[in-house]
Design a binder for this molecule. Structure first.
Ligand SMILES: Nc1nc2c(ncn2[C@@H]2O[C@H](COP(=O)(O)OP(=O)(O)OP(=O)(O)O)[C@@H](O)[C@H]2O)c(=O)[nH]1
Length: 401
């Protein structure tokens, strides 16, 4: 619960945008429940979940939850990541608590017969084409993207046209749809039995690569893993210093090279040190200068070539770090980095304080790449495992269920 509160308060900007927008949409053409309208449309009927949503829920959750034998071959056998506060994805509840909540707010039978109201009135609006369009626009404004917003709202509307919905009910229905899209891609960073496991971290400058590596190193170290960091962005002195600070804090060695020197040669040395140290994980930072794509592609390719001399199966993960505040531009970055490297999973940073959190839904919908973790601040604990239902609820501004 504490985790949820934190995520929710940190995703405040996305959720408050949806909050405000939904209030306005429902009030525009909605009406306060009266005894007549209550009787006409029982809440539990409104909240019936279409079959499509029910079927997709349980499957995806089991994948990563099963513990794995220790001696399985590399890449075949991920074990759950030992991130601090790891929360295994829960089977998303069907959106059943909204009716219960709102029913609880309604006056009892006697109260209604006597015309007494014991709670604030609930405004509901009939779901029609116009309202659906408004909902689409609202989701698009959180950077969910047109295609994804259309799909989310269409699924949510299925079987509910002509029914009267309240803000709370719409939030729960939309959250269920979002969680359904996100569920298959919520996967902790897999850990392999083969060590050192080499994790190449890529992303444009400023996306949060350095910070994410620092947080990952600290959290893995705290979980008992032996970690080595290679400060592979040899052009940016500030990035190297930042990594050294994280390294000191976490008690993790950070390998650096002279400014402007060849990152591939640093990566090679780091492989050597990781092997000598018996490290479990080698995290390699890389440059993010997309201005010259050809150069960056060649630089990454060279790093890969060189580390494969020591381990032909490396890198075992290529983590793309994306900045949520860039909104739809993040989609473009995935495309570009998929072209120049073998992206195996995503970390989305800066979800705190942005109204563009919906972009994560668009990413999940479009690329289906695993989301290993999300950044919700600059502190070590602000890198969290990705939980689809909590994310969906926080995005919609829902209270904990
Ligand atoms: N609010 C917030 N800030 C973050 C988060 N992750 C990183 N930052 C900040 O974003 C800024 C850029 O982060 P870096 O880790 O330096 O990004 P980078 O990709 O390594 O960028 P270069 O060092 O320029 O290559 C820093 O000020 C970080 O503190 C996050 O999840 N939330």
């Amino acid at each position: 619960m504490a985790f949820f509160d934190k995520l929710k308060s940190k995703l405040f900007k996305s959720s408050s945008k949806i909050d405000d927008g939904l209030e306005a949409i429902v009030e525009d053409g909605g009406a306060v429940d009266t005894p007549d309208t209550d009787d006409a449309l029982p809440v539990d009927q409104v909240m019936d979940t279409p079959d499509i949503a029910v079927e997709a829920l349980p499957d995806a959750v089991e994948d990563d939850a099963a513990p794995l034998p220790a001696d399985v071959p590399a890449k075949a056998a991920p074990e759950p990541v030992p991130l601090r506060d790891t929360i295994q994805p829960a089977v998303p509840d069907l959106p059943a608590s909204a009716p219960a909540k709102e029913a609880a707010r309604k006056p009892g039978l006697m109260g209604r017969l006597m015309g007494r109201s014991t709670a604030a009135p609930v405004v509901r609006r009939v779901l029609d084409d116009e309202m659906l369009e408004q909902l689409e626009e609202l989701l698009i404004s959180t950077d969910m993207g047109v295609d994804t917003a259309l799909r989310v709202t269409a699924n949510m509307a299925e079987g509910r046209f002509g029914k009267r919905l309240s803000v709370e009910e719409i939030k729960r229905l939309l959250a269920a749809e979002v969680a359904r899209i996100m569920d298959p891609i919520a996967k902790p960073l897999p850990l392999y039995s083969k060590t050192p496991q080499v994790v190449l971290v890529v992303g444009v400058n400023g996306s949060g690569k350095t910070t994410t590596i620092g947080k990952l190193a600290s959290q893995f170290k705290a979980a008992g893993k032996n970690v080595v960091i290679a400060a592979g962005d040899t052009f940016r002195a500030a990035a190297v210093e930042q990594l050294q600070v994280w390294g000191e804090r976490a008690g993790v060695p950070v390998l650096t090279a002279a400014q402007g020197s060849d990152p591939a040669s640093l990566a090679f040395d780091a492989m050597g040190q990781a092997e000598r140290d018996g490290a479990d994980l080698l995290l390699i930072d890389t440059a993010g200068r997309l201005q010259n794509r050809g150069d960056l592609m060649e630089e990454l390719a060279k790093i890969v070539r060189v580390i494969r001399k020591k381990d032909p199966s490396a890198p075992h993960n290529t983590l793309l770090v994306l900045d949520a505040t860039t909104g739809q531009n993040a989609l473009n970055q995935v495309k570009v980095f998929q072209e120049i490297s073998d992206v195996s999973g995503l970390v989305m940073t800066k979800l705190d304080g942005t109204a563009k959190g919906g972009v994560l839904v668009a990413l999940a919908d479009k690329f289906g790449l695993p989301i290993h973790a999300i950044g919700v601040g600059e502190q070590i604990d602000d890198l969290q495992p990705f939980d689809p239902q909590e994310f969906a609820d926080a995005l919609m501004g829902l209270d904990p269920q």
